[in-house]
Design a protein around this ligand. Structure first.
Ligand code: NAI
Ligand code: HPV
Length: 638
């Protein structure tokens, strides 16, 4: 089944490729560059081509001589690769700066210090954070730092990764992070047990009035009758959100002899059933429970999900525990429910506003037990979280794909290593395809066809799609693209990318047999790249021995590795053509590293694909265009 990914519904063309005359080859009009491109790919020894996505903003020069008129067009060259090299994050000269804005375990700090310059500045105001962030490559936060759009704007593209040393990322503006191509990673596992234990601690201490009794004794009282509690055994606990923390709470509550039910629209019922927990609807959960413990994330869907309406449905005398997020409860509604007696008690670790106002009715309520967001605050959890986040942030700064990415696809390591050469192929095909578009044409849609012997469902193409998008957009705009923002940028620029997976009879050992990139409804500066009657620019490539190759241009088969720059010529198939072009390039000391000829029939049209190590000057390209048998040609820069 062909699958289509709609990256955009707008019709605004993404660009008009620039074109100048042959004489205007100066490098003065350099396109804007972004130094902050974060790559998420490892540089592996087994991969012959560097998999770091360059920090440079490659531009291209293209020349084409169209049919009889032989108009020469050239996009300007920019010397931006130097900028990229200078800004490479892991270069020997510069160490990345990592701002840690909240207390982090020492073991994590140690890991960070081994890699970069670590600035531990706690309790920064939003203004100070915005000032500091412009010089930081990474920011590590807990729940107390608000990483707002303003922070990403102030970072001016320098900030590459935000690490959340914990689970909840509701204090990070993920949309803004994505738009700015900033990776957000979290540490989702190391504090699970701590949060679950705190939930159980609050449950038990609330049921037995531990906090109130303690305060009363310290005030000189001995009030045994006042603090009679309720038992847990045999009572029903509704666990709202059966994720990591929720399921650990459920397990522990079962151990205390409680009946446990859960509501979680996304958790598999058999996982709950396996520990003797029944999955029920929201209404059923809250209306049958004696205790309700909250363990869902704060999202637009869960914001104030406990409100007057839901408190109206609870069993009179219910007790509520919240170690998730304050925002899932309408706190005013909870005060009303406590005052009316509908809710007997509440134990809260988290608040809509943290710290809550000193005169908060909820905090001051005598039947409410509060802790200052201590769920994750055990020595063990904090050391674990610190190591987990430090490793994730360092990995991301090194350009590795993060296993705990929140706003980018997580690609398992084994899938990544298999796809690595195809990732390079994908970007280069995108880069070539866009250079084949004639000035004045806007690209609105691109179609990518992945041919593979494998089941289409086994092929995760998100990484490849991101790289094709990068290849298409980056050379002709000031956008920088990475796995985080590829889909967003395509959408913003009005580029619709559709994907099709085609099963072919090839070796199932290889994840992909070939990748074809088609650009629709555009004119080409190299007419031979337009295939069939459809009028689409179409190129196809394969990976051979780990190296990306161009194997099809329009209807012509070619075979040239995609490692250097490329000259494509269409000529009348006749002897001596290779020599003539080779001589012209040789005169200028341009080395031909690879070449291939594809033709439709003997002595008819042929395409010559020549890979060159150096970039020929305009004079040489002009001479190639003047060879009588050459009908059109284009120089493509990788
Ligand atoms: N107080 C503290 O210090 C800590 C608080 N937390 C908070 O606890 C919450 C849960 O953390 P984890 O279990 O690690 O996350 P998780 O992602 O493993 O689990 C969350 C669960 O909530 C479910 N869910 C989503 N929407 C829901 C809805 N509308 N109704 C019911 N369930 C829904 C999800 O399907 C998922 O199973 C997060 O908000 C996290 O920030 C976590 C650790 C420490
Ligand atoms: O991990 C979470 O979601 C938490 O709420 C823990 O927050 P903290 O890191 O202690 O500020």
């Amino acid at each position: 089944m062909p699958s289509t990914i709609m990256a955009s519904s707008t019709t605004k063309p993404i660009f008009t490729p620039p074109s100048t005359t042959l004489t205007s080859s100066s490098s003065s009009s350099q396109p804007p560059t972004r130094s902050s491109l974060l790559s998420f790919l490892r540089n592996t020894a087994s991969t012959p081509i560097s998999l770091k996505l360059s920090h440079s903003h490659p531009s291209f020069r293209s020349l084409s001589i169209k049919n009889a008129t032989k108009t020469i067009e050239s996009a300007e060259t920019s010397p931006v690769s130097k900028v990229g090299a200078k800004d490479t994050i892991n270069s020997q000269e510069t160490k990345p700066t990592i701002l840690v804005s909240e207390k982090l375990g020492e073991a994590g700090l140690e890991l960070l210090r081994n890699f970069g310059d670590v600035d531990c500045s706690y309790d920064l105001s939003q203004e100070d954070l915005c000032k500091k962030i412009a010089s930081c490559d990474a920011l590590i936060v807990r729940s107390g730092t608000k990483v707002t759009r303003q922070v990403f704007e102030a970072a001016k593209g320098k900030l590459k990764v935000v690490g959340r040393a914990g689970v909840g990322i509701d204090n990070v503006d993920l949309q803004a992070a994505t738009e700015f191509g900033c990776l957000v990673v979290n540490a989702p596992t190391a504090n699970t047990v701590a949060a679950a234990e705190h939930g159980i601690a609050l449950l038990a201490s609330m049921a037995r009035n531990v906090a109130q009794a303690d305060a009363s004794m310290k005030a000189g009282q001995w009030q045994r009758n006042k603090y009679v509690g309720v038992s847990l055994v045999g009572k029903t606990l509704a666990v709202m959100g059966f994720g990591k923390v929720g399921s650990e709470v459920a397990r522990r509550a079962k151990g205390l002899g409680m009946e446990v039910i859960t509501h979680d629209p996304y958790a598999p019922a058999d996982r709950a059933r396996a520990i003797g927990v029944e999955v029920v609807s929201f209404d059923q959960a809250i209306s049958t429970a004696d205790f309700i413990s909250l363990h869902m994330p704060l999202t637009p869907a869960t914001k104030k999900v406990f409100n007057d309406d839901s408190f109206a449905k609870v069993k009179k005398g219910v007790r509520i525990i919240n170690v998730a997020r304050g925002g899932v409860i309408d706190e005013d509604a909870l005060v009303r429910a406590l005052d009316s007696g509908k809710v007997a008690q509440a134990a809260l670790d988290v608040f809509t506003e943290e710290p809550p106002p000193k005169d908060s009715k909820l905090v001051q309520h005598e039947r409410v037990t509060v802790t200052p967001h201590l769920g994750a605050s055990t020595k063990e959890a904090q050391e674990g979280v610190a190591i987990e986040i430090a490793e994730a942030v360092v990995g991301a700064l090194k350009g590795e794909l993060a296993a705990t990415a929140v706003n980018a696809p997580m690609v398992p390591a084994e899938v990544l290593s298999e796809l690595a050469p195809y990732v390079v192929l994908a970007e280069r095909l995108g880069r070539l395809a866009v250079q084949l578009v004639a000035g004045g044409s806007g690209i609105k849609s691109a179609k990518v066809v992945y041919k593979s012997a494998r089941d289409p469902d086994d092929l995760d193409t998100r990484l490849l799609r991101a790289m094709i998008t990068k290849g298409i957009i980056e050379p002709i705009s000031d956008s920088f693209i990475n796995l985080v923002n590829a889909d967003f940028t395509a959408k913003k620029k009005g580029l619709r990318i559709s994907e099709e997976r085609v099963v072919v009879d090839a070796s199932p050992e290889l994840p992909i047999f070939s990748i074809q990139v088609q650009l629709s409804n555009v004119d080409s500066k190299f007419g031979s790249a337009v295939s069939g009657g459809g009028g689409d620019i179409s190129i196809e490539g394969k990976v051979k021995n780990g190296i990306p190759h161009l194997t099809q241009v329009g209807s012509f088969s070619v075979d040239v590795s995609l490692e250097g720059n490329l000259i494509l010529c269409r000529q009348v198939d006749q002897p001596g053509m290779i020599g003539q072009v080779g001589n012209i390039l040789g005169e200028q000391n341009v080395n031909v590293s690879f070449m291939s000829v594809g033709r439709t029939a003997r002595r008819r049209n042929a395409i010559m694909a020549i890979e060159v190590d150096e970039e020929p000057n305009l004079e040489s390209l002009k001479k190639i265009g003047e060879v009588p048998a050459i009908e059109e040609f284009v120089f493509l820069k990788l």
